[in-house]
Design a protein around this ligand. Structure first.
Ligand code: PLP
Length: 395
């Protein structure tokens, strides 16, 4: 690439198919582009915005921390990590777990899978069809998408099974027995199209992991942090996982990830580690998020607003199979509405998420206001009507 004087300038490595929109400001459930256009954000930057864009408490906490210290290494005491662990234990109800902090969802899963293998000395992992666990080496090897797996990531250690198939899981444990190190599952598959794990399936994972000494890893990167209405969507199964992985909503856009580890899994010095994970600034952001989730009762709010959205969605023609929990919602659209997401963005100025084929995902801030949810339903109806009537005019 050359600039207007003919000099070569570095260009971006082109891995993202992007929408030609430049967002320069955000507040609550709205974002604004460089032309002053306002958009309703039902996508939350891919389930990242948990308490709302630029929440004043979050901004203040980060600003105040920045004035003091942003970063020092994990070789000294960091009271903010201790405070975060205490708060996370309280809000999640897993007070007896242990917190390890990192920087992203893939890293959280990478650490969880590795820790499980350290713990029981085994190599094989069970993952499920349509799973997405991230792009790093182990995380991508348990991700059910061949396009993301480079030859160097290929391994015979991962067994993919059908999601929610208890018999297949049982048969696999019977066959591989004590070779299985861990089972990794999203409580609600996100990238795979909003598929909710059955409560009985989660119970079955727990009991088989207990029977065979395997580690149950609950990937809560997208479905966790209150999005489902419970802190971890796996809690709907009524049992505890051994390791929960978290990221996305944890920092409301400030990069932070982490795992919480059940008390029976013991740490050893240097078994896990990171330079940036758990830095002061990230902890301040994560504390602000938990404080707001608690003070604004956002999990209860997610349940109510989510129910309103799902009830309304079910009444709209062209929309099928509305599913999900809390504010993690998916639905299918008929073939004539395959451009719905694009049209919602350009015509209705509304961001939503997608999954293929013809699936729309809603992943808004947990603080999405009822009025904004109503506006979305109106916009959706208007767009669908316009698309159906133009289709009828053409045919
Ligand atoms: C369920 C799940 N796990 C892991 C990841 C990876 O997270 P990150 O992109 O922060 O590495 C994602 C990202 O979409 C995800 O949805």
């Amino acid at each position: 690439m050359a600039d207007r004087f003919g000099e070569t300038i570095m260009k971006l490595f082109d891995v993202y198919p992007i929408n030609d929109i430049t967002i320069i400001k955000a507040k609550g459930s709205y974002v604004w582009d460089d032309k002053g256009e306002q958009y309703l954000d039902l996508y939350g930057g891919h389930a990242v915005i948990s308490i709302g864009h630029s929440h004043p408490h979050w901004v203040k906490r980060i600003e105040e921390q920045l004035e003091k210290i942003a970063f020092y290494s994990n070789s000294i005491n960091n009271p903010l990590q201790v405070e975060l662990a205490k708060k996370l234990g309280k809000v999640s109800g897993k007070e007896d777990y242990q917190l390890f902090l990192c920087n992203s969802g893939a890293e959280a899963n990478e650490n969880a899978l590795k820790l499980a293998s350290f713990h029981n000395g085994r190599k094989k992992v069970i993952a499920f069809n349509k799973s997405f666990h991230g792009r790093t080496s182990l995380a991508v090897s348990v991700t059910d998408n061949k396009n993301y797996i480079a030859p160097v990531n290929e391994t015979n250690n991962v067994i993919f099974l059908p999601f929610n198939d208890e018999q297949a899981l049982e048969d696999c444990f019977k066959e591989n027995g004590k070779k299985i190190s861990s089972v990794i599952i999203e409580g609600i598959q996100g990238v795979g199209g909003i598929n909710v794990a059955d409560e009985s399936f989660l119970k079955k994972i727990r009991s088989l992991c207990d029977e065979y000494g395997a580690v149950y890893i609950a990937d809560s990167v997208q479905c966790g942090y209150g999005r489902s209405g419970k802190f971890f969507s796996h809690d709907f199964g009524g049992t505890n996982a051994d390791i929960y992985t978290m990221a996305k909503g944890m920092g409301n856009g400030f990069p932070i990830g982490g795992i919480i580890v059940a008390p029976h899994i013991k740490p050893k010095h240097f078994m896990l580690g990171t330079t940036f994970g758990g830095n002061h600034l990230a902890c301040a952001a994560a504390l602000a998020v938990l404080e707001v989730i608690e003070s604004e009762k956002l999990m209860g709010h997610a349940v109510m607003t989510g129910k309103y959205l799902r009830d309304e969605l079910q009444t709209i023609p062209g929309i099928r199979n509305v599913r999900g929990r809390g504010l993690m919602i998916g639905f299918d659209v008929t073939e004539e509405l395959k451009d719905l997401r694009k049209n919602l963005l350009w015509n209705q100025k509304t961001f939503t998420g997608e999954a293929k084929p013809n699936i729309i995902r809603l992943l808004p801030s947990l603080a999405l206001k009822r009025r904004d949810a109503e506006d979305f339903i109106e916009a959706l109806k208007e767009e669908i009507n316009a698309m159906i009537s133009s289709e009828n005019t053409v045919s």
